[in-house]
Ligand binder design. Sequence first.
Ligand code: NAD
Ligand code: FES
Length: 279
Amino acid sequence: MYKIVSKRQLNPSVTMMEIEAPFIARKVKAGQFIIFRIDEKGERVPLTVADKNPETGTVTIIFQAAGASTMRLAEMEAGDEILDFVGPLGEPTHLEGYKRACVIGGGVGCAIAYPSAKALHEMGCKVDVIAGFRNKDIVILEDEFKAVSDNLYITTDDGSYGEKGFVTNKLQSLIDAGNEYDLVIAIGPVVMMKFVCEVTKPYGIKTIVSLNPIMIDGTGMCGGCRVTVGGKIKFACVDGPDFDGHEVDFDELMLRNTFYKEEEKDHVCRLGLGGHHNA
Ligand code: NAD
Ligand code: FES
């Protein structure tokens, strides 16, 4: 069993939890994920690790209460325990060798962008962060990003906080202002990642995205997380979840995610696994 050591509500629907998982805390790197299951009847839910503390043996997860399992998890408290917490899974983000990075988080995707910003900052890379939210009330991780970036730009769609506009508007203006990034990391809604890639492609800026297709087993066996990258089939759980954004077929991913959202409503898994979107 894995104990919830602490719990903090970041906004009305986004929760941060520290889970006691010493092995994962020692091993996990930015970009990797875990799969949790609350109890025998629970579905398996992948979550990218937001932070870790090898000294206390804890792993931080940040999630939006969106499906049945994340809603149940959000209701649990410090001291409660969950049945499974498996990881680290997936490939770590390749962050070595960059000098000037722009890390972009969209909404809940900021939770996944944060460890990459932190790792780059610790490696001595100059890091700009653009964090985009629909409005002021759902802004998360502002202090955390401030601590690991040279410049933090917050955007809101409605202009209620930071600068008005999408993250893509801010990225374009930073590039126009002469900032020469050698890496952009974009994590958020698929449509956001698609448009970030459209901004960076003409400049040839390496752009890493973290994909969130439906995942079931998380081991490359079920095929649920299939994505097309550079014209080849890849499995986000073992080949990713990070990929070169300029190679990803985003339209196919959006189509598959919509398809599975409909299917998920009535689906009863005969394997007793139950799958979920990565968050
Ligand atoms: P959201 O819809 O509020 O968008 C967050 C920000 O993304 C916006 O403020 C905007 O700056 C940018 N954005 C959105 N649409 C855009 C567009 N068309 N062009 C340019 N920029 C755009 O985000 P949310 O509701 O917090 O996120 C929910 C979605 O994010 C879910 O679909 C979830 O599955 C996905 N998600 C993905 C990951 C991942 O690993 N990639 C992680 C967490 C959540
Ligand atoms: Fe089954 Fe990736 S989750 S192959």
